[in-house]
Design a protein around this ligand. Sequence first.
Ligand code: ADP
Length: 366
Amino acid sequence: KKRIAVMTSGGDAPGMNAAVRAVVRMTIAKGCESYAIYEGYEGMVKGGSLIKRMTWEDVRGWLSEGGTLIGTARCMEFRQRAGRLQGAKNLILNGIDALIICGGDGSLTGADLFRSEWSGLLEELVKTGELTAEQVEPYKYLAICGLVGSIDNDMTGTDATIGCYSSLTRICQAVDFIDATAYSHSRAFVVEVMGRHCGWLALMAGVSTGADFVFLPEKPPGDDWEQDMCRIISKHRGMGKRKTIVIVAEGATDNKLNPISAEHVKEILAGKLGLDTRITTLGHVQRGGNACAYDRMLATLQGVEAVDAILESTPETPSPVITINENKIGRKSLQESVKLTQDGAKCIANKDFEGAMKLRDREFEE
Ligand code: ADP
């Protein structure tokens, strides 16, 4: 009878609660014991009341709730071996032998490292007298499974991360509101959206709202972008459009790595086109609110799959991350997905777009 713990880590995302609910209930339905680790890795390192047994009723009403009700934190201690040692001890003291983590690539990297170190950590706990050999004996193997929770949709190997469609929905709603006032006054709005080094939210928001121009980290505009943007917007205005929307991803840069700021775009629209221009930085509104239907569905199906993956895992199976590709829930190697994601992010940060494209193609060929 396994004791499966679930935790949320890294940036919060709508749908994380739905994932926790699905994991808790599926764990119980399979006859196992369910635990929640509160405050991400912080809770694992600190232990005590932050590791809590969960019942079916504990997650009632969590399906639609935004954010994460079991909390999340950035935990510096877990980045050090000493912190992970403490985490291993707390899991064993609670009898936990399986872990499902819903978080971004950082959290999943930490999880993978933790599993690879596991037997060494146990040896050390025994050697230092923190635990006895009998205490660690039943925990020779820690099963780990990742769920990708992130509003940015920045994980390689899966079409959508838990939270990205809720965030996209929120951005679209906000732009719709802005549209009304922009139209009324014939104004231009520069809207800055989240996504870190990933332009998915900005690009899809642009497509979904019919924006005039979009700035993305993955595809910096050419040297003449100021003229290009003005030409396109003038053309739209010339065709009778009364409103102008330009979307700037937070990680957007020009092709020389200089960040493209909303302020700079505003100056060009006002200065070169004479448009009455305002800036809207959506900020944390993009993370808030209820999970949209897609994220509830995705989190539930993936939460169920994560528990199945844990129950089927053996010491030889690589830790999986739960994915969705072409509408099918699946599993991939957590380590491989995290590595491809980080390599891709590094390529984008170094403006090695060819490298990024190659990585994407490699992903495609698999
Ligand atoms: P996200 O999971 O959203 O990418 P972070 O990168 O902030 O967010 O990671 C969340 C937490 O995961 C960190 O605060 C840290 O505790 C843990 N973590 C991240 N990267 C590592 C790593 N390389 N080794 C160990 N733990 C890590």
